[in-house]
Design a protein around this ligand. Structure first.
Ligand code: TRP
Ligand code: ZN
Length: 867
């Protein structure tokens, strides 16, 4: 019996260029569930002067044969993860034949079966589960791919253009593909299956016609138009805003049910999680529509930021992901509401990224040490990475930023490069020095800004004293360059022009030193300061503001984002205040706040979706972020009290508001906003028991619009309303045939706060729609439980943690990537009270002792317990 060696970490500082190149590869697949044969013919060239071994990556492969320049080659050695070939000429043709078993591959990485279809997932290091290769992003090759399969799988797809097709004996057929663009192995894709296809076309700005094709499971064609129109919008937007055009003659998207993430940008052949493609009004919510548009955009934008210019090594992941998230956020903001998109992005930062950055998995957006690369597709690399790009955009302005992008492509098209290369292009094109700014790439943690304000009536000056602090968990960090945007409001709510030393000054202040004093002149009255306007940097701002000041900002700030931000701070301050009082059972919101909410819903006007956001309390996670030791029970009690108070005091206004809003059932932004506001009204109304409300809930649940149905169902579930039981079982009966809709049902079940939650969820493991092998199902049921059913997950008897622990043990053997994402709630175990943290720690220790613990979980468990 062999004992698996302890997983080895890799370090950014150890990067070495490869000693061989692979310029071209010919792949041939003969597909079969248990023994697919892969034949690879590679043109290999040594890139160093002296003779050396060629070390190819390969995992779970059966080697059949190996030829060098047509001759059987016997100078090689095989290990668990490598094929080491010796005695090689400087330049040669390497032929390798190996076998794999897609059917037994439940990791959803490499080549696997999803439903009846073959598909691949190669990012980050999945190609090595397909054939022996230099599986690293700085090895760029052109690919020719031949796929041979039964004719019962009519669609045989790979990257690039189809160049040959034909029938073979034994009921088989083949298709040959050629991708003219050199690419790293992680962008390779293959799909074979029987699909319905939606086709369309797009005319590029230079007049080239591109064929578009969307492949989905049979019977799903009616759910494809939204994804297709999103794709065309993305293609057009990238031409208009970034002057970037598509480069192949065909763009394909395939939707599969079994997928670890949202989607994957394989060149010319994106593979999507079906939940990020399929939508119609009966089955998908407005939020689903928005997610689909943004992910379709995201993958499309990778064609330039990721594919044409790719990463030198995986430590540079944010080069493509931070930049592409920034691009998809801008896409959504240009097409929809900029404020709403900003609010969504900042919620992710404050509730997830800040906690990652404060915990044992804290890492810079360009990590320096990695055991399992799949563990670094994080909110830090993606979302904080996008914030770092956004700060550069703020510092340079749109015009210079675009000049930087143009220079980046001019210098690096067709190359595998680093984050330093990107920043160099930005600073060279703009003339702006980004030397200090670059520390954002190498420093983990969330910096803090302490701000003191002083108004001098006699001198008519207003002074902001700003001091920056390193994060508590990263005390040695150097000073950062922080773009700090502000607005000063006068008593009437108008914006005050900023002047300093008799000159107009920009509203974005540059924080570069430890302390700054900004003195503004000609300030004739005490202003109200809006700080970190639009969340201009991923920082925590510490300041003293009164309820009156925050209400003033909420009413008048020019940035709708900052209006929402002020409202959040009002709620957060109220929660904190209540916690200091003798009994949290009597927590009450200030009447001023209740009145402000009342004003928002009485004859609501303007952006109704924004009003909806202004009415919502901060999430449990956002409130938890305010504490070193999370006061679980108090947060639950106080927020429940506040919601009950809002519901009771504003009941008439909420009812009037709900009834006055007319939903025309369309997908237009104004109709989406109407539904969003109605949904918040329902959320509160469900908390007051009365016949009128019950009728409304039952009616909404019967609607043919999923947004409205789910609004009613989630309202009853969260209010523990007597209608929960009947409405949920009706939904189950209605939708059993549609697994994606059933995910919504699983999520609702998981969020029910009941004494029997644990056994209820365990019983649902037996539900005919549930499947441990499908990440969507697991996340819907157990993910919703561990993230949103706070009371039951954090039960003092530890049963919630035990349930998650059991699941992780099971998933470790089926799908380590999914297990590793599901462990997140345990990572913060040190931030809970003694009883809870001990119980979570026990689950982590149980995992640490597990036989066959995957590298994915090993890395996180190790860090959680010992970092
Ligand atoms: N590059 C993909 C994206 O962000 C991410 C991705 C898709 C991925 N599937 C994956 C990353 C599997 C790791 C493993 O668009
Ligand atoms: Zn991406």
């Amino acid at each position: 019996m062999s004992i698996k060696a302890a997983p080895q970490a890799e370090y950014l500082k150890d990067y070495q260029a490869p000693n061989y190149r692979i310029d071209h590869v010919d792949l041939c697949f003969e597909l079969a569930p248990l023994n697919t044969t892969v034949s690879a013919t590679m043109k290999v060239v040594r890139t160093v002067n002296s003779d050396c071994e060629l070390v190819l990556d390969g995992i779970d492969l059966t080697l059949i044969s190996l030829h060098v320049d047509g001759q059987v080659h016997e100078h090689y050695a095989l290990t668990d993860e490598h094929l080491i070939i010796r005695q090689l000429p400087e330049k040669f043709t390497l032929q390798i034949v190996n076998q794999i078993a897609p059917q037994t591959n439940t990791s959803l990485e490499g080549l696997y079966l999803s439903g009846g279809a073959y598909c691949t997932q190669c990012e980050a290091q999945g190609f090595r589960k397909i054939t022996y290769y230099l599986d690293r992003p700085d090895v760029l090759a052109s690919f020719d791919v031949t796929i041979i399969a039964e004719q019962t799988l009519p669609h045989l797809l790979s990257n690039g253009n189809q160049i040959d097709v034909g029938k073979l004996d034994g009921g088989r057929h083949f298709v040959k593909w050629q991708d003219p663009f050199k690419k790293p192995s992680y962008l390779f894709a293959l799909v074979a299956g029987d699909f319905d296809v939606l086709t369309d076309s797009y005319m590029t700005q230079s007049g080239r016609e591109v064929e578009l094709a969307l492949f989905v499971d049979k019977g799903n064609l009616a759910k494809t138009p939204h994804a297709m129109s999103s794709l065309k919008k993305a293609m057009q937007w990238d031409e208009q805003r970034f002057n970037l055009e598509y480069d192949l003659d065909i763009y394909m998207i395939v939707a599969v049910d079994f997928f670890n993430m949202g989607a994957m940008e394989n060149k010319g052949l994106n593979i999507f999680n079906s939940k990020c493609v399929l939508a119609n009004q009966e089955t998908a919510t407005d939020k689903d529509y928005h997610t689909i548009e943004s992910i379709v955009g995201h993958e499309y934008f990778h064609n330039w930021t990721g594919n044409r210019v790719t990463c030198r090594d995986w430590f540079q992941l944010s080069l493509k992901e931070g930049l592409t998230v920034f691009r998809d956020q801008e896409f959504s903001s240009d097409l929809g509401s900029r404020a709403l998109n900003r609010i969504d992005a900042v919620k992710v930062m404050r509730s997830h990224q800040f906690s990652e950055d404060a915990g044992p998995m804290a890492h810079p957006i360009r990590p320096e040490k990695v055991i399992e690369m799949n563990n670094f597709y994080t909110v830090t690399v993606y979302d904080k990475g996008a914030e770092v790009i956004r700060m550069m955009h703020t510092l340079l302005g749109e015009e210079k930023f675009q000049q930087g992008m143009a220079l980046y492509f001019q210098r690096h098209d067709g190359q595998a490069v680093t984050c330093d290369d990107f920043v160099a292009a930005m600073s060279d094109a703009s003339g702006i020095d980004l030397t200090q700014f670059k520390r954002w790439y190498s420093q983990a943690g969330t910096p803090k800004l302490e701000v003191r304000q002083d108004y001098d009536q006699d001198a008519q000056t207003f002074t902001l004293a700003v001091e920056q602090f390193a994060p508590e968990n990263q005390p040695d960090n150097d000073l950062l360059h922080i773009p700090f945007a502000i607005e000063l409001l006068d008593k009437s709510g108008a914006s005050i022009a900023l002047r300093s030393q008799q000159q107009a000054v920009d509203s974005v202040l540059n924080i570069t030193a430890k302390t700054h004093r900004f003195v503004f002149e000609n300030i004739t009255q005490q202003p109200v300061a809006v700080l970190l306007e639009d969340f201009s940097a991923p920082c925590i701002v510490v300041q003293q503001s009164s309820v009156t000041e925050l209400l003033h900002i909420m009413r008048y700030a020019r940035s709708d984002f900052s209006r929402w931000d002020a409202q959040q701070r009002l709620f957060i301050a109220a929660v904190k205040q209540s916690m200091t009082e003798p009994t949290v059972q009597e927590a009450r919101l200030d009447e001023q706040i209740i009145n402000a909410l009342d004003a928002l819903i009485t004859a609501p006007e303007g952006d109704l979706a924004l009003i909806a956001e202004l009415l919502k309390l901060p999430s449990f996670d956002s409130l938890a972020a305010e504490y070193v030791v999370i006061p679980v029970d108090d947060i639950i009690t106080i927020t429940a009290r506040f919601e009950q108070q809002i519901a009771q005091q504003l009941k008439p206004a909420l009812l009037t508001c709900y009834n006055s809003l007319v939903d025309d059932g369309s997908t237009r932004a104004d109709a989406v906003a109407v539904r969003a506001l109605k949904q918040v009204c329902l959320h509160y109304l469900a908390k007051v028991d009365c016949a009128v409300v019950t009728d409304i809930l039952i009616n909404a649940a019967k609607s043919e619009n999923m947004t409205n149905v789910l609004a009613a169902l989630s309202a009853v579930v969260k209010a523990n309303h007597p209608q929960s039981e009947p409405l949920l079982s009706a939904f189950d009966a209605n939708w059993r045939h549609d697994v994606l809709v059933m995910d919504k049902w699983f999520a609702l079940q998981a969020m029910r706060d009941s004494e029997t939650s644990i056994t209820d969820i365990e019983a649902l493991y037996q539900h005919p729609s549930f499947d441990f092998g499908n990440p969507n199902r697991v996340r819907a049921l157990v993910g919703s439980f561990s993230h949103f059913n706070t009371a039951q997950f954090h039960r003092l008897d530890g049963q919630g943690y035990r349930l998650l622990g059991d699941l992780l043990v099971k998933l470790n053997a089926i799908n380590p990537q999914n297990a590793s994402r599901m462990i997140t709630p345990f990572m913060a175990w040190r931030r809970y009270d003694k009883v809870r943290s001990k119980a979570m720690q026990a689950q982590l220790q149980r995992l640490a002792k597990l036989d066959g613990l995957s590298d994915d979980l090993f890395e996180k468990v190790e860090k959680a317990l010992h970092a």
